[in-house]
Design a binder for this molecule. Sequence first.
Ligand code: ATP
Length: 373
Amino acid sequence: MSEGDIRLEGLVKNYGDVVAVDGIDLHIPSGEFFTMLGPSGCGKTTTLRMIAGFERPTEGEILLDGVDMSSTPPHKRRVNTVFQNYALFTHMTVAENVGFGLRYQKVGKDEAMQRVRAVMEMVQISELGERRTSELSGGQQQRVALARALVLEAPVLLLDEPLGALDARLRLDLQVELKRIQEQLEVTFIYVTHDQDEALTMSDRVAVMKGGKIEQCDVPQKLYEEPNTAFVANFLGSANLLSVEAKAAGAGCDVILGNFTLKSDSKPEQAGVGTAMIRPEYVKLEPHGSEGENRVPGMVEEVVYMGFHQDVRVRLANGDLVRADVPNDGDSPEYEQGNAVAVHLRAANLRVLDDYPDEAADDTADDADTAAV
Ligand code: ATP
């Protein structure tokens, strides 16, 4: 087996009455870039801290390469952590910071220097070696923190919102670099963030967490295109959510929306009253009177100019409001309030979710007035 294979089995962490982690089962194979994504308080950091050994599970097991780590102290686990606050030593130079952990490994001086040099080159801070860390920008400090963890060559690297303190532009640059470094080293990365873009761009797989549990875990494209619940649909991008009734029909289902019967290629877990979801970029606006499957007449209620696209809010004939994301590409028509349109909700993109309706309503209660509703 290659190194860096992590298994979480029935993992639970309680703090008094607070259930921070509520039964997580997960297999993260060696060399994967795995992300735990979720809102504040969903248990991401607690899970990471248990893997690192800073917290003891209330129940469950953590296996590294098949071996239970519960009685292994943090410094003996072959796992390193990079935190959001870089926690660098200000009285040392960059190179001394990077090499610090090697003092506690049985590594000769020449090998240590060579490893420090190589890792500084990898994270592109070679020219900063003699600087004090107090003289660095936030992005440079995070590179030093990353180098300091990577130099120890553990098969698993835990990253807790490492880009959280950086501005948007720098975050984007470092996301690309982190992915490159992870691929180059083939180390298992377990990354914690509440930033959906970060999760989607870097990860091989993402676990969306809610209330101490994993709501859905999959590759980014599948999570985005085929969310199972309204919570996942809303957390990753925007979603139109519609109250519907679903009836099994062939390989997909019929979706009853007011007086309209639409088709969906999805097959919900259970038929009956439920929630259908379609992403705004898949809502197609066609000229008033267009006919055919899955067309619903509507009236433009509001147009929000967003630069390279327009957010067009359309009141459907059944009373729901849906958002259509229309590109400003020179070809698409410009819409105004009061325009009559036909709204095409394509069967391939209209997805009936597995939520019970009350759960979907809870998850979308804050979501103002889009159809969703
Ligand atoms: P954030 O993104 O805000 O860091 P998170 O998803 O990482 O959130 P955790 O920090 O894992 O969430 O916290 C999960 C829950 O456990 C929260 O309700 C939190 O208040 C609680 N919690 C975490 N650490 C402790 C602690 N040491 N004592 C008591 N409760 C804690």
